[in-house]
Design a protein around this ligand. Structure first.
Ligand code: SF4
Length: 319
């Protein structure tokens, strides 16, 4: 029988947050002024080849003060929606990459703000030492928290090519450590990475499906200005996905995810001014509508083809 979540064929973040908090919840992206070990020379100097000069934080505020950034984000939301709650999203660069006192000060500075019901922290799996895990565990006891890990692919050859700078095993250990502390994890995957065909992409998604992580973010690979990827693209060495191909692929991915995994994102979100390709993705709502139409055309839904894979599941403790 067709399964739906408030009319949608997948378990969206919007649906999950409404169920959990009883009203509309918005995410406000912040740039807390961190850097990244994959850019400052600790792991590498170049960064991931797709990473924009703002460390994937292109929609974050630019004020240095986090409280001010939050209020600016809230004001923008309030133009459209008068009422709601907020998740503060530490998005730009690597948000666990600083000394523990700095991390503590930044996280606590937003914790008690009015209408904030949760914190989301995006980071790399190789930036979660014991003391940071302990701090996250402390925050997790005070407010709803999830940690986002940028896995992108399970394939080591692609990971080397995109200069991710850590192995799959590092990701597995990070998920285990977070789950052992009851911290929810959201995994990022990118569709359309150079050298990956549909079979390879689906292997990544099937792996994530069996990690027991709370959520997944599915990104369309965006070519942004001033990235290594843009040079490759402009040289003709790689192609980007077409809209039809992408919408079909997203449905293939969501079909193999379990029904209880929250889908945080189903497309990319590149700012118009710095996006090189694919330009069709600028019309985000058209892409989302095309994906929803594709679900209906194919008479399918999240979890339709999910299969438990014990070899992968055994790697991860249950929450
Ligand atoms: S880990 Fe994140 S911030 Fe660092 S280079 Fe890669 S995408 Fe950019």
């Amino acid at each position: 029988m067709t399964k739906t979540w408030d009319g949608k064929k997948y378990y969206s973040l919007n649906y999950f947050l409404r169920e959990k908090f009883g009203e509309k919840v918005f995410k406000i992206s912040l740039d807390a002024g961190f850097t990244c070990p994959n850019r400052d020379g600790t792991v590498s100097k170049g960064g991931c080849i797709f990473c924009s000069p703002r460390g994937s934080g292109d929609f974050c505020g630019s004020e240095t003060d986090l409280v001010e950034q939050f209020h600016q984000g809230k004001e923008m939301m309030n133009k459209k929606w008068k009422k709601g709650k907020y998740i503060v999203y530490f998005q730009a660069y690597t948000n666990t990459y600083a000394d523990i006192a700095t991390l503590r000060e930044k996280y606590y500075s937003v914790l008690d703000m009015e209408d904030v019901v949760g914190i989301a922290i995006a980071t790399r799996p190789d930036c979660l030492p014991e003391e940071v895990l302990d701090l996250l565990s402390e925050i997790n006891k005070k407010i709803y928290l999830w940690v986002e890990l940028g896995l992108q692919t399970i394939h080591e050859d692609t990971a080397i090519y995109i200069n991710r700078g850590y192995t799959l095993n590092t990701y597995i250990n990070a998920v285990k450590a977070l789950k052992a502390r009851n911290i929810e994890v959201v995994t990022h995957a990118i569709l359309g990475l150079p050298g990956e065909d549909k079979a390879k992409m689906l292997e990544t998604i099937e792996f994530i499906a069996n990690t027991g992580t709370q959520g997944i973010k599915l990104h369309l690979l965006h070519i942004m200005k001033d990235t290594k990827l843009s040079k490759l693209y402009e040289s003709g060495a790689m192609k980007v996905l077409e809209k039809e191909e992408y919408t079909d692929l997203i449905v293939d991915c969501i079909e193999v995810l379990p029904e209880n995994m929250v889908i945080h994102r189903i497309t990319g979100d590149g700012p118009r001014a710095t996006l090189v390709a694919p330009l069709w993705s600028i019309k985000k709502w058209e892409v989302i509508n095309a994906i929803e139409d594709r679900f209906i055309m194919r008479n399918t839904w999240q979890g339709k083809f999910y299969k438990e894979k014990s070899v992968i599941m055994e790697l991860f403790p249950k929450l």
